[in-house]
Design a protein around this ligand. Structure first.
Ligand SMILES: CC(=O)SCCNC(=O)CCNC(=O)[C@H](O)C(C)(C)COP(=O)(O)OP(=O)(O)OC[C@H]1O[C@@H](n2cnc3c(N)ncnc32)[C@H](O)[C@@H]1OP(=O)(O)O
Ligand SMILES: O=CC(=O)O
Ligand SMILES: [Mg+2]
Length: 727
């Protein structure tokens, strides 16, 4: 890789070019200013970043020692808590306070709805995600298992009218609940009409018996589109819009007595452009692609073209949507999801930029600087579309351990603001509550970020990985599938909401819930994820636009603001439950259960890692042993690898048994990928397969990986694969 010298730094050529020729123009910041500022920040904050990582190691060593000395103690409860206070892992909670963040867009402060996550290096998906602000309910119902594939109503080649009728009926049922009519039902609608009323136009729905009915709550009629002919009706419920599209000439609309061709829901209210766990970015070229896509999204110019079903599709970001209000005023609604960026955490360094001594700089520092520079195009209103209408740039920071690390992030943000001439607190921070030290000290984490915090969220996947790693020496952990029922997990979910509400998040910031990790199991998601708004969360992660549309229906069922008002003031979660380590407390698993657990974990590790290492795919649907597709990313990998490392360490299996299971599962994964022409089977030669070796290292070296993270091994094996295979 060629490097260019800038202000005492060495910048990898593709990145230097991107910054010089594409990102800086139009910002008022020159390349020299930019790199000089980065050099100063790296010089000042680099050593502090390293000190924070050293502190993580020191605390982990103390915890390991403590458990090693007390393995036989039955109930270490209070003594354990005191120890954690003594070493500064657990901090006393200070006075109550309320966050004071200002300039926050309503999508974050007050509109409750789904939050989509997308790997930002995949332009096709990323543009799709931005456009997922609006999604077809008809398509989401028709195309998924929410409507069961029962006799006669199966999905398949071509349109199935029986299934289509079930979709129309189900959508009408949704409308009846979200925007009920005074009398009758949308399922009986034969026409939509606008009538004059004291507040302008009112919506009237003609029924099969020729009667007409208005809305039970006339205020829910928010607007319409169409001049000579009514083309769409806009309704609003719990802050979210619903659009009924009318077109009797359309093949679907033509079958409907009122010409309804679709029901479109405001879906992904916000989207996280992910530079972290769903992305494999290991070298300067990869980082440059990430930053280039970020820029394209902020400028509204990112486009892709691809073939789908033999058709060339060109995809670009959607414009805003125009309507007329009931009192005759034209207005627009955002056509795109409000974008947040998830940068990497504090752990990794990158060779995209080298410091004065030729050492790699911390990747999180570079991510923040470049995100802010790219985001300036939006802040200065130069993009084709606007993202934030409130002058903010939203950055989600993952994997922070406790308040001192959050404080460090806030200082970094302030330094970046100063360097780029941005007003203080332009850069808003989302704090992933996904490491144990952050959960336990969440109130203090929020306190140090109280002027810029816009989000806390339970990243339960990383959090589970950290739970296992932190207490590695405490004993053998319960099975992976049982973790969700453990007292710590239940307390963690409540603790996050309780703390957010206590710090005044209601109406100001997001309290988020975690990812739905089964992209194809939408029926199960529809049943399960209603619990998120019910728990008081005003957003929750979904893996796809379709999932966003289906999850949006939950926010029509639950008014989150009212739910939060009910929960405010309650402290449901207990610290003692959070500290209840999920070691097996009664019967050890049978040999059959051990075999099943090892096979499940080995299969998910290999299925994910082989695509990561050999094809650079950071997030994929990996079929599990029973062929259910599961979303796997670095956080799920952290759990599986730490779990295997834990059982190995505590003697539930031997190294030879683990190796045998890994080999057996590699052949299963090879078979599952046999259709992929780019795929290199691991079982052809286990010893020379970088993917297989990565999987082995993740398990056998798992205990010594910092916080059990998978990045160091993945990065090094991916770089090896790139240099060996050239892709
Ligand atoms: C623990 C954590 O950190 S969770 C956060 C990290 N995880 C994520 O970000 C998951 C995001 N989701 C994804 O990456 C994908 O949905 C996956 C990998 C899970 C599944 O991807 P696939 O197997 O390709 O999905 P599938 O074939 O069902 O659907 C593909 C279609 O859905 C779209 N799609 C799928 N996921 C997304 C997404 N997140 N954003 C936008 N569009 C998406 C694709 O654009 C594609 O449509 P197109 O052909 O019109 O372009
Ligand atoms: O980032 C999300 C998680 O669950 O981890
Ligand atoms: Mg995570």
């Amino acid at each position: 890789m060629e490097y260019v010298r800038w202000a005492g730094l060495q910048v990898a050529e593709p990145l230097a070019e991107l910054v010089e020729n594409v990102i800086t123009p139009g910002t008022g910041i020159s390349s020299l200013q930019f790199w000089k500022a980065l050099q100063e920040i790296v010089q000042d904050l680099g050593p502090r970043n390293q000190a924070l990582l050293d502190r993580r190691r020191e605390l982990q060593d103390s915890i390991d020692q403590w458990h090693l000395q007390r393995r036989d103690l039955e109930h270490p409860g209070q003594e354990y808590k005191k120890f954690l206070y003594d070493i500064g892992y657990l901090l006393p909670e200070g006075e109550d306070f309320t966050i004071s963040t200002t300039g926050v867009d309503p999508e974050i402060a007050s509109i409750a709805g789904p939050q989509l996550v997308v790997p930002v290096n995949n332009a096709r998906y990323a543009v799709n995600a931005c456009n997922a602000r609006w999604g077809s309910l008809y398509d989401a119902l028709y195309g998924t298992d929410v409507i069961p594939d029962m006799q006669g109503a199966q999905r398949g080649q071509g349109y199935n009218p029986v299934r289509g009728e079930m979709v129309v009926k189900s959508a009408a049922g949704f409308l009846d609940r979200a925007a009920p009519l005074e009398e009758g039902s949308y399922s009986q609608a034969v026409g939509f009409e606008l009538q004059d009323s004291p507040r302008g136009k009112a919506l009237m729905v003609r029924q099969q018996d020729n009667s007409t009915s208005g809305l039970a709550n006339a205020e829910q009629f928010a607007g319409y589109a169409g001049e000579d002919r009514l083309e769409s009706i806009l309704l609003k419920n719990n802050g979210l819009h619903i659009e009924i599209l009318i077109d009797p000439d359309d093949p679907v609309g033509g079958r409907h007595p009122a010409g309804v061709k679709d029901v479109v829901l405001e879906s992904a209210v916000t989207t996280i452009l992910d530079c972290e766990d769903s992305v494999a970015a290991v070298d300067p070229e990869d980082k440059t692609l990430v930053y280039s896509n970020l820029l394209g999204l902020f400028k509204g110019e990112l486009e892709t073209a691809f073939y789908k079903n033999d058709q060339l599709i060109k995809r670009e970001m959607h414009p805003d949507r125009s309507y007329v209000s009931p009192d005759g005023q034209s207005f627009c609604l955002p056509g795109r999801s409000l974008m947040l960026v998830r940068t990497v955490g504090h752990l990794m360094t990158t060779d995209a930029v080298l410091d004065g001594q030729g050492g790699e700089i911390f990747e999180g520092i570079l991510d923040t600087m470049i995100t802010a520079l790219a985001g300036m195009h939006d802040l200065q209103g130069q993009g084709r579309f606007g993202n934030s209408r409130s002058g903010s740039l939203y950055i989600v920071k993952p994997k922070m351990h406790g308040p001192e690390e959050v404080q460090f992030t806030c200082e970094l943000f302030a330094r970046v603001e100063d360097a780029l001439g941005l007003p203080r607190n332009t850069l808003k921070v989302g704090v992933m509550d996904e490491e144990r030290r952050t959960t336990l000290n969440l109130k203090e984490c929020i306190r140090v970020a109280r002027e810029r915090i816009i989000f806390i969220n339970t990243g339960f996947l990383d959090r589970t990985g950290d739970e296992i790693h932190t207490s590695m020496e405490a004993g053998a952990m319960v099975r992976k599938g049982d973790m969700k029922k453990e007292p710590w997990m239940l307390a963690y979910e409540d603790w996050n909401v309780d703390t957010g509400l206590a710090c005044g998040f209601r109406g100001r910031a997001q309290i988020g819930k975690g990812m739905w990790p089964k992209p194809a199991e939408m029926r199960e998601m529809v049943m399960d994820k209603l619990s998120h708004p019910m728990a008081g969360a005003n957003c929750a992660w979904v893996p796809s636009p379709t999932a966003a549309t289906l999850h949006a229906t939950h926010y029509h069922q639950v008014n989150v603001d009212a739910r939060q008002a009910e929960l405010e003031g309650q402290r449901r979660a207990k610290l003692d439950d959070l500290l209840n380590v999920p070691v097996i407390k009664d019967k050890m698993p049978s040999s059959e259960e051990i075999r099943q657990e090892l096979e499940t974990n080995a299969q998910s590790i290999l299925g994910y890692v082989v695509r990561w290492v050999e094809q650079g795919i950071g997030c994929s649907t990996v079929p599990d042993i029973s062929d259910t597709g599961l979303m796997e990313d670095r956080a799920t990998l952290r759990i599986s690898s730490q779990h295997m490392a834990n059982w190995l360490h505590h003697g539930l299996c031997t190294r030879e048994e683990v190796l045998e299971v890994l080999r057996k599962m590699a052949t299963v994964v090879d078979r599952q990928n046999a259709h992929d022409l780019m795929y290199r089977p691991m079982s052809r030669d286990f010893d020379s397969s970088p993917a297989f070796q990565a999987a082995c290292d993740l398990v056998f070296e798992g205990r010594s990986q910092p916080s059990g993270y998978t990045e160091p091994i993945l990065h090094s094996k991916r770089r090896e694969a790139k240099s060996r295979f050239g892709v």
